[in-house]
Ligand binder design. Structure first.
Ligand code: UDP
Ligand code: MG
Length: 335
């Protein structure tokens, strides 16, 4: 039987403190796995260095030098965790692809369980955190708040505790490679939204083995905004709802003003005028604000900036060719 290939994508941003331990742990876990039940699985590790400023680059290059099953991609600067995962998925040759963090919060011991699900025929294996000691109260609360708001306004519902730890089949990866190339994107959402057979496994998130979390509140907030604009049009409609309510209100006020004028034979026009002014300005600015948000997204898409720019790569299969390029040359040939 021909061997199957497992690709593991690891995003790395200033992880010099944990990289060596990560590699040791994952290689041990994979070796154990091959010895026990999954001897027909080969693996490759794809480290995507998301513009680290520390010595991560050097450490990764050393890894690649010693072991050709380790591929390394260096970004030209920090493009964010999502871009790093996408770059890894783009390069993954495996039948099954797992994305995980470099800090060992996503335990490598879970990999056999994920492969077992893949072998059962699942294309998307989502890993849901049972508890996250390291995240702390603030992050857990913000995550709750985000998913609460998100699921309330979006037609697509997301699982709350699903993390950036997931497995996808090559089929799903191919779709992610050719479609879903938006600059304003939410990968976690795509894989929950892409369809196919999907399963959610629970796992116990561990504490970070070293270094510190790279997700500042600011970054998290941006991820949340991206997710919203990516998947929900409800905010766009909020203007309409508010407009409708204010319309009803203004008719009511007009009636009230008319009736009181009819009874008292005079009305306080100034107050009425001010009220209307404030009311309409509020509505106007609300609608404008929301439109601005979406126009911002449109603008980004129109600009069509690359999701990532690779500076250099190590141990990369030579056949790795840009899919678009392949399509283009195919078109030329048939013409
Ligand atoms: N990461 C990345 N680019 C970034 C921020 C983070 O590639 O801009 C990587 C980081 O090195 C780690 C993973 O994404 O492997 C998750 O980040 P982190 O552990 O800091 O997030 P947390 O677990 O606290 O949510
Ligand atoms: Mg982490």
């Amino acid at each position: 039987m021909s061997k199957k290939m497992l690709s593991i994508v690891i995003s790395v941003y200033n992880e010099e403190d944990v990289l060596k331990l990560f590699l040791k742990t994952i290689q041990e876990a994979l070796k154990k796995m091959q010895e026990k039940q999954f001897d027909i699985w080969d693996y490759e590790l794809i480290f995507v260095n998301d513009g680290s400023q520390d010595t991560s680059e050097r450490i990764l290059d050393e890894f690649a030098q010693k072991d050709t099953s380790i591929k390394v991609v260096h970004f030209s600067r920090n493009f964010g965790h999502e871009a790093a995962m996408i770059a890894g998925i783009d390069r993954a040759m495996g039948d099954f692809i797992i994305c995980m963090d470099a800090d060992l919060q996503n335990p490598p011991e879970e990999i056999p369980r994920m492969i077992a699900q893949y072998e059962l025929g699942y294309d998307v294996i989502l890993m849901a955190r049972k508890e996250n000691k390291d995240a702390g109260f603030r992050k857990n609360m913000t995550s709750k708040l985000f998913y609460g708001v998100f699921n309330a306004v979006s037609s697509v519902k997301f699982e709350q505790s699903v993390s950036d730890f997931f497995g996808i089949s090559q089929t799903v990866a191919k779709i992610l490679r050719s479609r879903y190339r938006e600059v304003n994107r939410y990968l976690r959402g795509y894989i929950q939204n892409i369809g196919f057979q999907r399963v959610i496994l629970e796992y116990k998130a561990k504490e970070r083995v070293g270094g510190h979390s790279k997700y500042s509140f600011h970054k998290l907030f941006n991820v949340a905004l991206d997710a919203l604009t990516c998947f929900s049009k409800t905010p766009l409609r909020a203007g309409l709802y508010v407009g409708g309510i204010s319309g009803v209100l203004s008719i009511g006020l007009l009636l009230y003003y008319g009736i009181s004028y009819w009874i008292h034979k005079e009305g306080n026009g100034m107050i009425l005028l001010c009220f209307f002014l404030f009311l309409f300005f509020t509505v106007l600015f609300l609608v404008l604000g929301i439109m601005g948000e979406y126009i911002g997204v449109l603008l980004e898409e129109v600009k069509d900036r690359p999701i990532y720019i690779v500076r250099e790569e190590r141990n990369q299969e030579e056949e790795f060719i840009d899919e678009k390029e392949v399509e283009r040359t195919r078109g030329e040939k048939s013409n």
